[in-house]
Design a protein around this ligand. Sequence first.
Ligand SMILES: [Zn+2]
Ligand SMILES: [Zn+2]
Length: 745
Amino acid sequence: MNRREDMIDHAQALAIALAATITTGAFAHPPEASDEHQHLDEPPALLSLIACAAPPGNGALMAASFAPFRPNVRFYWDASYFYEESDSMPSSTLMPNIMTGITAWQQQIPVPTAYFGSVLNPETNTASLGYGQPNVWRIPMLPVPAAAPISLSGGNFQRGAVALASNGIPIFNPRNNTGQFSYAIGELDIYGGHCGRADDYHYHIAPVHLQSVLGVSTPVAWALDGYPIYGYTEPDGSARLALDADGGHTHGTWGYHYHAIGSDATGPQSPYLMNAFHGTVVNYGGQVDPQPSALSFMPAGNPLAGARITASSRPSADSFSMTYTVNGVSYVVSYQLNRVTKAVAVHRESPTGTTDLTYSNTSRFPRYAMAAKSMNLVPDTGQTISATATFGEDSDYTINAPSFTDNSNGTITDNITGLMWQKVDAGEMTWDNAVAGAATLSLGGFTDWRLPTPAEAFSILNHGRNPALDSTYFQSNPAGTSQYWWTNDTYGTDTTRVWSTNAGGGIGPHSKTQTVSAGGTSRFCARYVRGAAASVGHNYYNNGDGTITDIDTGLMWTQVPGSARNWNAAITYAEGLTTATYTDWRLPNVKELQSLVDITMTTATSAATAKAALNRTLFPAATATAYWSSTALAGGSLTSAWLVEFGINTSVPAANGPSRGFQGLVSYEVQASTYPVFAVRTASTLACDCPYDLNGDRTVNGFDLALVLSNWGVANGTAIADTNHDGIVDGQDLGVVLGAWGPCP
Ligand SMILES: [Zn+2]
Ligand SMILES: [Zn+2]
């Protein structure tokens, strides 16, 4: 029997078993009230909802590996590489006791890193491929077998990582830099990890414990050559077959892959990972090149003889504490990270006293925690005035109309974003006092108030009003009329400027000294918000067809902007566009367009050197300039429109509009000016968030399986059930659907 027949037999057997299960109701049904048409014979009824295609090569399986660990990881891909961002701090729910169990310790503690695209790789060697590149993990989705596989032993790859775990934690060579196995000599905690010289948490063995989330069918890690690393068994749970000299093998429908070495009975065993990179990697400077690295911020520790780490905890999101003993004496080391000052305060307790030291580093400590998105959707602008007869301006669309609820206790709920706001702002104050004031505010029975992110603050503005807030729900403090509102973030590398919204409807970075309390002449106020933890960064899905879906906002963007043209022509261009078969493109309103800004990328200091302040991996063609929004500037002659500056432009003629000296600034200009165009459409489904949710019902279940089975053997690269885009719907597609079984993350 050839392999193809074997796979079909396997699928048919499964189909029979699963069809029986479906008819007995064991699988979750989609939420439709009437689902009598949705049985195995007619699943394609939902095909029209599909908005996204899986990434090529191993990319689909990579997405399935990393997705369950959101929001502690963030990822996206282009045609060749899979990119992963994280702060290398594992989930405190999944791994509550990191560092516990270590008996050979060099006095390092686990502190968040910044493996982010918005951070520059700290590599100083100009010959390294990482030099000047984003500090993000990059794994080939189409691995290439090496002509001469490079061994992990013999002193190779003792710098940096050799693999990336599915929870975003790097895996270093099982051998430490003296050539000994870290696991064997007590250097690792109960999960197989510890901290390096830069106080960066990482593994030194394959994290088989992640199978509590992933099961056995999904890789627990990815080698940096692009091949998956499974657990102790084959992906179907059967006993592991013999491995080749590199420590991997090809069999079944799984392609070439590695395994964690060991067994459930024995635990990890030497050599713990593969012996050599079966795939091509660049070996440079003692590491797989390029790769991100952590910036150290305090002196490297020394081995502490006899130390045993006995317990650890994470009392709050940015604090950590652990207990260790040396010769029966107990010690404590703890830290608190301050993301505003970008400093970590380290506290040490011993029987003879305490020590407190603070270390700051503006590049090491990420401004925002890895957290789920805080806003459900982007609200409409509230601008309902028509400024042109051309169809497609902001006022021609109602998508997420502003909607607020006054909770009658001093708080307002935004029904679109889900955030809760102060009704009456806290009044004029310095930014430092605005930051500090959040901790003391108790309102509506809540004490978890915080300053908003720039995007959150911008979301409540109303561009149909001046001042640009709905005064039914948002009022100035009786002490005086508010002109600006502080956010929680400073501008790029300039910590003297704070992103602030203004009563005119814009947002920009303003000097801290502009407010009255700091000696200035304007009234900058605090309006606190509460809701999901603030995070910055986007979860994007590259549809591979010239469109990018922002999973967080539900907006789909054209990857390549249209050329510069005046405002009316920009509206016409977007309305007339056909890209990736979609025809419902439009010009984005100013809030939608602002959501495309990556606030952490606003680091340019001159117009000449500016690069567009957005995800440049996914939008490589975007030039650093302003882009038109569909929102006309209300009031007056209606001859200006809002735009968002992705570069720097200090040469706007005064008659046309204000100068734009900062990236990410939201401003306006006369409609006759010419700027390029990002087109947007409202994605009809968020299925992209969950690649194997083929019918977009937010659950991977029998209906998705039915799509695979009903397309079985279809040799068509665009078949929806061809999850890995290998041109055939086969057992591999079946495997990934079964591997992703259950509710979407
Ligand atoms: Zn290590
Ligand atoms: Zn295997």
